[in-house]
Design a protein around this ligand. Sequence first.
Ligand SMILES: Cc1cc2nc3c(=O)[nH]c(=O)nc-3n(C[C@H](O)[C@H](O)[C@H](O)COP(=O)(O)O)c2cc1C
Length: 341
Amino acid sequence: MLEQRKADHIRINLDKDVSSSLTTGLERYRFVHQATPELDLAAVDTTTALLGKTLHAPVLISSMTGGTERAREINRRLAHAAQMHGIVMGLGSQRAAIQQPELADTFRVRDIAPDILLFANLGAVQLNYGYDVEHCREAVEMIGADALILHFNALQEALQPEGNWNFRGLLKRVEAVCRKLEVPVIAKEVGWGINEQTARQLAEAGVAAIDVAGGGGTSWSEVEKHRATSASQRRVAARFRGWGLPTAESILMARRGAPHLPIIASGGLRDGVDVAKCLALGAAAAGIARPFVKAAAMSAQAADEAVSEIIMELRVAMFAAGAGTIEALRQAPLMRMTNDE
Ligand SMILES: Cc1cc2nc3c(=O)[nH]c(=O)nc-3n(C[C@H](O)[C@H](O)[C@H](O)COP(=O)(O)O)c2cc1C
């Protein structure tokens, strides 16, 4: 069943329009253009560090897939691009491979991406359904990950007839995992964002970073709408297309709630200018999911081009904003447009 669900998720994301009806909110921000940047574009430096590892650019291929043959090929193409460009990659939820160890290989990419910062992935709610730190360790060891993402997808589970609906008492269990696991734990949403109070609670629980995965991009209520088996389920899911905290808003909220943690921005980012804006809003790195899976489903070359274009756009944005380093970009002023501009 888990394998089928993974196959459905890829198919629906590739074939259907599953965009949120929200926007990310990033369109309301603009850099102050510098006509005299006093920089050499060739020397603009996108290098930065996250969780102690150096990245060539603060870009993350967000957690997506694994568990099927097609997913294996997609993961390997994405991992190859991540290694070539020195960026971060997250694998999709590994629950299927924990339950069926013969699927583990569809998640493994270390042989072709030995140097990248690599994130394992499990649903946080599994900690209420029999999973403990041992399962978390297994997910990390299965793929040689540097850190574990626990994703919080309450609304998605709520819209699945077979979903895990009990999110009570989860923070305590997350805290126990953070205490016992040997690698850092990252808390992540899946496209509805993380508010200030949640960010504070997650920081108190001991997570090492927060990925806001805000609204404005892929909508998991829309994905579940396409998986629904009755007209009634479809109608209920359709009501949530405009749900969530827009990504720009969520970055600011998470920064207020967890000022000392690195914040990863994601949810609806579609180019390197979006990435640059997120960094200027205070994010340490920025993740992109659906555009990368679409490219990787086409070819290895398309995956490579998708990553290299994002990095080029980021570099050009830094140049034109007068920011020669990621540190300078994070200090660069953004203008907030009102509705009339
Ligand atoms: C095909 C697909 C599968 C996904 N599977 C997972 C997953 O297993 N675990 C997870 O944390 N997020 C998963 N996501 C969510 C993404 O990591 C991301 O948070 C979300 O899609 C918003 O980013 P986007 O607008 O760039 O697509 C998946 C997204 C896609 C497109």
